[in-house]
Design a protein around this ligand. Sequence first.
Ligand code: ADE
Ligand code: ZN
Length: 319
Amino acid sequence: MSIPKAELHLHIEGTLEPELAFALAERNGVDLPYASTEELRQAYSFSDLQSFLDLYYALMAVLRTEQDFADLADAYLARAAAQGVRHAEVFFDPQAHTARGVPLGTVVEGLARALDRAPERHGVSTRLIMCFLRDESAESALETFEAARPHLHRISAVGLDSAEVGHPPSKFRAVYEAAAAAGLRRVAHAGEEGPPAYVREALDVLGVERIDHGIRSMEDPDLVARLVRDQVPLTVCPLSNVRLRCVDTLADHPLPAMLDAGLMVTLNSDDPAYFGGYAGDTFDAVAGALPLGEDDLRRLARNSFLAAFLDDDEELRAR
Ligand code: ADE
Ligand code: ZN
């Protein structure tokens, strides 16, 4: 569906399509343990978040140069624009690259090369969100933040992703305080596989303005009441939730119940190369599988602009 929308939950590394992965592997002399793009696609069958993350991190081996990151982001922005995305807030995982010997500056400057050109080339405005890997240490997150200081003019917000259970938001209090002191906005994945208590911690301890996923909040009526009262945006990703088996089928997804409850929900694609759809595909899929009307879809699209890190003028232009 090409209704104008903002994408607020999108991991740029999760837009690495098999064809680009093979092209970059060849360009960089990296051996992939798959004979073809078809064989790689067949590996996209996940039992949970971790089984996906294992492949997601492994395939990043092909991303080495600034141009690789620029090509990745440009390919995403072209696809997103074709599906009605006018504004994209893009996550990246610096530690997944620095751990492989790719400098942080290569990642940020490569992505920025594509993002800077996106308004003119694709009609898409952008923000960059630097995520910390929650299954790495709090010290590693702080070191990453310090290493990013020279690039903070490129970065709008910090986020928290990777394996959720056993890694509560409170582990990252110090780095979120540092980010807030540096004037950055804050978001965090919470309530994807983890419990509603992690959503509360993300709000209370990390001071986040948006919750990424948040679907397990529905298990806790007091938390839902608070999220409704404060209109905290939840960046929900139904195709991801089905592929990672957080939800059995799309028809079982809590999205309609979340809207009925009055939650400030937005619809997003998470890792579209792995989960079977970009932003417009996601709107089409939920429209086909769930009892949502045209007004619900418009509300989801409107929410995406309201929840974006845009100032009022930019918001009006993006819509
Ligand atoms: N990194 C990329 N996609 C993710 C997801 N859905 N949850 C947590 N970390 C991620
Ligand atoms: Zn995510």
